[in-house]
Write a new protein. Structure first.
Length: 182
């Protein structure tokens, strides 16, 4: 009986360490510090998410499991729904770069992939809007896309925009260079 109990504990410990093996130690430390805050403020949440974003950027594509662990943590901390939509709409205007493409978001609610024209062809483009903490965007293509149901915004600062499908987050940085490492 005692031997079976010990074996069960060893098995449980092995499973727990295997489940967290892909989590970088820095993620565990950041999460512990954030969770130690009795009543985190919005500023605490923003600092935490920004730390996670910078940590994610420090890894290469070969570290995709570590990046997925960070993504899983990021989507757990959405922007509060009672945010100022007008402020967010002003903040999104400008050029943003994802790991794959650059985009221009205009104040009139339109967006385009950059460069806007290449070889005489217009790049993918569409419309966007923000309602509370939900980001909507649709590409203007033929046949038309179904209306976007919106995606939850995680963070929108002067330098970073992260939103989520609740499965995986999308990351963009202000400007024309994304700090992606191979």
């Amino acid at each position: 009986m005692l031997l079976r109990g010990i074996a069960t504990l060893v098995f449980a410990a092995a499973c727990a360490s295997a489940a967290s093996a892909d989590e970088p130690m820095q993620l565990v430390e950041l999460r512990s510090r954030f969770e130690a805050i009795a009543h985190p403020t919005e500023a605490d949440r923003v600092r935490y998410i920004m730390s996670l974003v910078r940590l994610r950027e420090s890894f290469t594509r070969a570290d995709y499991k570590k990046m997925e662990a960070i993504d899983t943590e990021v989507v757990k901390h959405p922007m509060p729904s009672e945010v100022d939509s007008a402020d967010l709409r002003k903040r999104i205007v400008g050029q943003w770069t994802s790991p794959r493409h650059s985009y221009l978001y205009r104040a009139n609610g339109t967006w385009t992939m950059l460069p806007e024209f290449e070889d005489g062809m217009q790049a993918t483009h569409g419309v966007w809007h923000i309602e509370r903490n939900t980001f909507f965007q649709n590409a203007l293509v033929k046949p038309p896309e179904p209306p976007d149901r919106g995606e939850t915004m995680i963070i929108l600062t002067d330098t970073d925009f992260v939103w989520s499908t609740h499965i995986a987050p999308y990351y963009m940085r202000r400007g024309d260079v994304y700090p992606w490492r191979d």
